[in-house]
Design a protein around this ligand. Sequence first.
Ligand code: LLP
Length: 418
Amino acid sequence: TPHLARSSAGTLTLDGLPLADLARRFGTPLYVYSQAAMLDALAAYQRALAGRPHQICYAMKANSNLAVLQTIARAGCGFDIVSGGELARVLAAGGDPSRVVFSGVGKTAAEMAQALRAGVRCFNVESVSELDRLSAVAAAEGAIAPVSLRVNPDVDAGTHPYISTGLRENKFGIAHDQALAAYRHAASLPGLQVVGIDCHIGSQITQVEPYLDALDRLLDLVEAVERDGIAIHHVDVGGGLGIRYVDESPPAADHLVGLLLQRLDARGHGHREVMMEPGRSLVGNAGVLLTEVQYLKPGDAKSFCIVDAAMNDLMRPAMYEAWMAIEPCVSRSTPPQRWDVVGPVCESGDWLGRDRSFAVEPGDVLAVLSAGAYGMAMASNYNTRPRAAEVMIVDGAPVLVREREQAQALFSGEKLLA
Ligand code: LLP
């Protein structure tokens, strides 16, 4: 069942609720999420992994609203975190720290200690010097840190260079040809216990092959490491599965997982616990950003549709030239025109969509689709713009899950000089 739909009268709805009504009631810019859509997306992974030892760790950087985390935690899922701040959010949302993996190239000693005290399941370590630091921090805490090495499998995920992470030239992970030595080093350190291996090759991946190639490279290493007498319990294949923004056709999550499990079985690794770190594919298509049209500025070269959402609310178009669908929440019967949809921020890069065709008048509400991932999570306060409010539709009713930010709150920590 599609969560986003347009009625025969031309009204865009999410889980049956007209989006224009939500914009009027809660104001704009406004993020709206369908809880049911998130749970559906998660269920596809869970279905495919059922009956296998597994742990899904939602990469919460995609959308870290507490109600989103709570929804996902209650569905039995863990979290992939990349900062002490994200760990604090997991705990505030009632998430289980023993289902948390801690990723990221730059963990500080304080973050390591915080995670050890909370009892996270695993540290995904990205360099040899991080191994040394983690061992020292664990020893000082009187703890043993469970570690997995994030290996860079050097496969091309075929995605945007800014969100591709599995190539040799990326800053992420430990190079495949140095991984065995790194495992030996990890096993020799007193504060560490090797528990797994992981990789993450990029984001918005729309093909199966890069995953299978990466898995093969990982399993080659598992075999080499275990020949050395170091046991590896789990294999974490990372996240990265893409969603449809325009005409992409990524594999369905259950299809992808099925193929990965087949490959594990075929290579004799079917007994291993499988871990995954999906972000975008759980929440991306579950959310929209609503924005009200302020002004129309028709011109010879370009016509501008100026809206009240901007690059600070939704950075993806400005940052990656990402294409995100934009649709009127109530369609008009007048002929469509071409518009560049732009925000009020003082940057030429402040656009949400270019050369979009629709009929629109000031006061209309537009929806930017597939904005549930890396939307609010990447929002900033540039131009001293308070961040948008967030609403989650739960059992057919809208719930305000984040209040609209107030301007005063943005400078409340600042000090005037004496
Ligand atoms: N695991 C690790 C270690 C990651 O770095 C990421 C995302 C994920 C999992 C989840 O990837 P996903 O399933 O969401 O693709 N801001 C960019 C995307 C950056 C992704 C960063 N890492 C965008 O808006 O497209």
